[in-house]
Write a protein that binds this ligand. Structure first.
Ligand code: NAD
Length: 492
């Protein structure tokens, strides 16, 4: 390693962005993040902020919001376009930041940065399309129109697993609609959200209209959720945290949007293209180390092909290369932290205690190149029954449960017999079976002959049942959450 490279990978000190200035926490306390593939490597030090810091960010947002909202929406759109260009010019570096801090492979990280660029461009364009309706009145010489108005200050609380895409898909529609933002990323991987904020600031977002603050959810997040100046909360994360936020939001009757857990099924019928189905399931179960909310964690297979399909999954799983995502040819990186890895290993044990058969993987990898990271081999649990915990509870790691089903009806019944409803997939050559499935499956995203994970940036995203609450994110409908309609009656 030459001297220059060494400087580049050294840990950096990062700050909050409040009122247009980069500042530390008021207490001076900090926390650090480490590379989950090599825990000797410190990635960055961040402010351990508290409620007082959050109040300052909210105050700055409140002050700046009318100034930002007074800029015509198409002009705000130009700023988002500029931010997209800035981020795009840094995409390789930001992708490396992501792999080092969150652990996903470099190609996955690069794809995610690209998605954030697309999101900024998309909502930049929405600036020219933020229109209401002009409607005829029952009365003579009266016209009725609806105007879209920003809400004011909005609080955005995000998880670690898509550390730039989720901050982007909340921040961009919030800003284009004329709101001011307080963004709180996960403490496990805040760096890429900070890179997004840097790009938007350099592109010309009004100082104070975009604030970024790191620190514990129990303090910073709680203040954002409970502060009366915050007019809407958009949250992505676990069911436990989201449920608490829903209660707090209900107390003060504030608009809230929650995207939470999943336990997504892929149904494989006997008439499917089997190699294609295997590829889809391997992709959606194991890529990104199973840490996607849309990951397949249950594959429900028609009984006559269940054993053959399981063997094909096992063969392919064993070929997957687990390692540091910065290296070429790696399929799976580490779990994001020690707790997440422990959850993965615990569920592999729980599944076996419940009577499932461990067909492959599920071991901690801790020697050689894996010695300093949170690695495990991708696990396939066979002969899983629908009531088992490994078939009901979100694991958020590379653990796949295989459940046999008698037929399509039985498969849909098993798929729906769960509290979640984010994403679902079916592999079949029958158009009739595909339509039966997409009509009857309880999920917000449905894939036919495609992996359950892997969504596009310009269409609505969200789940049903316990996975989501509130309006959809992404696509043209995302701005509905961030605006209020004013209905104007005008007589001339
Ligand atoms: P998490 O709930 O632990 O944390 C999410 C965010 O909430 C973090 O920024 C955290 O600091 C903050 N937070 C924690 N306590 C808080 C509180 N009391 N008040 C306010 N904010 C608080 O989730 P995580 O571990 O970061 O993310 C993993 C989870 O996210 C998984 O369950 C996954 O399914 C889910 N997820 C869902 C989607 C989706 O779109 N449905 C997408 C990605 C991830």
């Amino acid at each position: 390693m030459d001297g220059r490279t060494q400087v580049r990978v050294m840990s950096e000190t990062f700050r909050n962005f409040i009122g247009g200035a980069w500042v530390g926490s008021s207490s001076g306390r900090t926390f650090e993040t480490r590379n989950p593939a090599n825990t000797d490597e410190v990635i960055g030090s961040y402010p351990e902020s508290d409620a007082a810091d959050a109040r300052e960010a909210i105050g700055a947002a409140r002050k700046a919001q009318p100034i930002w909202a007074a800029i015509p929406a198409p002009k705000r759109g130009e700023i988002l376009h500029r931010a997209a260009n800035i981020l795009e010019s840094r995409a390789d570096a930001v992708a490396r930041d992501m792999t080092r801090e969150e652990g996903k492979t470099l190609p996955e990280a690069r794809g995610e940065v690209n998605r954030a660029v697309n999101i900024l461009r998309y909502y930049g364009g929405e600036g020219a399309r933020l229109s209401g309706q002009l409607t005829p009145s029952e009365r003579d010489r009266v016209v009725i129109q609806t105007l879209r108005r920003p809400l004011g200050v909005v609080g955005l609380i995000t998880p670690w697993n898509f550390p730039i895409a989720i901050p982007a898909w909340k921040t961009a529609p919030a800003l284009i609609a004329g709101n001011a933002v307080v963004l709180k990323p996960s403490d496990l991987a805040p760096l890429c959200a900070l890179r997004l904020v840097q790009a938007l600031d350099e592109a010309g977002v009004t100082k104070g209209a975009l604030n970024f603050i790191t620190g514990p959810g129990s303090k910073v997040g709680h203040e954002i959720v409970t502060n009366p100046s915050v007019k809407a909360i958009s949250f992505t994360g676990s069911v436990a945290t989201g449920s608490g936020i829903a209660v707090e939001a209900a107390k003060r009757r504030v608009r809230v949007q929650l995207e939470m857990g999943g336990k997504n099924p892929t149904v494989v019928l006997a008439d499917a293209d089997i190699p294609d189905a295997v590829a889809n399931v391997i992709n959606s179960a194991f890529f990104s180390t199973g840490q996607r909310c849309t990951a397949t964690s249950r594959v429900i297979v028609e009984a006559p092909i269940a054993e053959e399909f399981t063997q094909a999954l096992v063969k392919r799983s064993r070929e997957l290369k687990v390692g540091n995502g910065l290296e070429a040819g790696i399929d799976l990186g580490p779990s994001v932290d020690e707790r997440q890895l422990a959850t993965v290993l615990d569920y592999v044990a729980i599944g076996q205690q419940e009577g499932a058969r461990l067909a492959c993987g599920g071991e901690r990898l801790s020697t050689g190149v894996h010695a300093r990271g949170y690695f495990s081999s991708p696990a396939v649990l066979a002969d899983v029954r629908p009531a088992m915990r490994v078939a009901q509870e979100e694991i958020f790691g590379p653990v796949l449960a295989v459940l046999p089903a008698r037929n399509l009806d039985d498969a849909i019944g098993i798929a729906n017999d769960i509290e979640f409803g984010l994403s679902a997939a079916i592999c079949t050559r029958s158009l009739t079976s595909a339509y039966e499935f997409l009509n009857r499956i309880e999920a917000g995203l449905v894939m036919v002959n495609l992996p359950s994970a892997g969504v596009e940036y310009h269409v609505p995203f969200g789940g049903s049942k316990g996975s989501s609450l509130g309006m959809r994110e992404q696509g043209p409908v995302a701005t509905d959450f961030y605006t209020e309609l004013k209905t104007v009656y005008l007589k001339y």
